[in-house]
Design a binder for this molecule. Structure first.
Ligand code: SF4
Length: 414
């Protein structure tokens, strides 16, 4: 026991209480509401050495503009809070609501997206998907970012190749499965499937083979109609990828050979056939944040949310019209992922092209904010990809694990 404590205990209790009662009390002027609102760590006024209190801060002028601003902020916070409290997906979002979420302070947005993620998904589970280009180059479309368009072939040097054989595709799928991938995606540089009966039959055989390996099968073949979607469904296709790329408004600056509505029609055929829709966008095309909100609005207001939403960061390819573009800011990528997680809580959010340029810490931040799928393997369609060993090591360091095949329900069943 310390000396001061024993001294205190030796005094009679009544004399201690009397001394305490006689001690002069300091009185403070009541703290104004304004001063309290400005307080941070210290919320009582300090006296100067001379005992004179500092002058109160000048009153905040309340103009109609500041009141309007405060009201806007209050509404945005309410929209954000309601969205984060969701227990089921909704597809009646307005652009204003999505903007209110998208522009929240980034750390708070990422944190809340991660919290919501845990309500709909097993935290730390990430789907491993491998992509194979089954038909490279020779595409007649003019997508400004793409190395496979014949229009930019002189600059990119990517020539048209023949379609891969079923056997070679299944061999690649087997290798992907043995390395831990559970979804195999096959991409072909075609505008659409009109007049490609044999090719579609070949693709159907690939899909059957991939499914027989116990993997989820996904294809991206350009525009398809209802009958073609039905044929792919019959073969056992799990998902069809067809990105809308960006907002409806910005889209014509990127592609002129097919319309936004044509893209949406293909998504409709896929959905009607009972195949999961995989549809996302590319960031860094020169779009504004309003366009990123527009992209999110398009996919989150489809009749049902896409099962998968890939977020690509443009990989500028020399020889294409966008070959010299600066990389998109990571904060825009993170903001898009976090907003997507909040407005499409049951969807798989896929970090797609451009991951190769992201540090492991940046990827971890994306996983924390709700991303739960990656492409892994040797290559994306024409660009580099992080390999299995590299991703495996990253998973070990961050405590991530691979999602099993068919583990995730579609958003409609969530
Ligand atoms: S993105 Fe697809 S449709 Fe567009 S040019 Fe490339 S391969 Fe063709």
């Amino acid at each position: 026991m310390s000396k001061s404590t024993t001294t205190f205990l030796r005094k009679p209790l009544s004399s201690v209480l009397l001394a305490e009662a006689r001690r002069p009390r300091r009185t403070f002027a009541p703290i104004s509401k304004h001063a309290r609102s400005l307080a941070t760590q210290v919320d009582t006024p300090r006296s100067t050495p001379s005992g004179i209190s500092p002058p109160p801060p000048p009153p905040v002028e309340t103009t109609p503009e500041t009141l309007e601003q405060q009201e806007r902020e209050r509404k945005a916070r309410k929209i954000f809070q309601d969205a984060v409290a969701a227990t089921a997906p909704r597809n009646n979002w307005t652009k204003e609501e999505i903007s209110a979420i998208y522009y929240q302070p980034l750390m708070e947005l990422a944190y809340q997206a991660g919290t919501l993620h845990r309500r709909f998904h097993a935290p730390g589970e990430v789907q491993l998907c491998t992509l194979m280009n089954i038909k490279t180059g020779g595409c007649t479309e003019d997508c400004s970012y793409c190395a496979q368009s014949t229009r930019y072939q002189a600059g990119t040097g990517v020539a048209a190749q023949r379609v891969a054989t079923v056997d070679s595709v299944l061999e690649a799928a087997r290798q992907a499965r043995d390395n831990g991938s559970t979804r195999f995606c096959m991409g072909a540089a075609w505008r659409d499937m009109r007049g490609r009966k044999n090719s579609l039959r070949n693709v159907a055989a690939m899909v059957r083979g991939v499914r027989a390996l116990g993997m989820e099968a996904c294809v991206t073949l350009g525009m398809i109609d209802g009958a073609q979607a039905a044929e792919l469904k019959e073969a056992g296709l799990t998902a069809y990828n067809h990105n809308v790329d960006t907002s409806r408004e910005f889209y014509p600056s990127v592609i002129s050979t097919r319309t936004y509505d044509e893209r949406l029609r293909t998504l409709g055929h896929v959905r009607d056939a009972g195949i999961n829709v995989c549809s996302g966008g590319i960031l860094g095309l020169g779009e504004s944040s309003t366009d990123r909100v527009g992209l999110l609005h398009t996919v989150s207001t489809l009749p049902s949310h896409p099962e998968s939403f890939p977020v690509n960061a443009l990989v500028p390819i020399k020889g294409t019209p966008l070959g010299d573009r600066e990389p998109v800011a990571f904060t825009s990528m993170l903001r898009t992922i976090a907003t997507a997680r909040i407005i499409m809580p049951a969807t798989i959010i896929r970090i797609a092209a451009g991951r190769k340029t992201m540090s492991e810490e940046k990827q971890a931040l994306c996983f924390m904010a709700g991303a739960n799928a990656i492409f892994t393997g040797e290559k994306m369609l024409t660009t580099e990809c992080n390999g299995w060993d590299e991703d495996n090591a990253m998973f070990g360091r961050w405590g991530l694990s691979a999602m099993k095949s068919f583990e995730k329900k579609s958003p409609e069943e969530a």
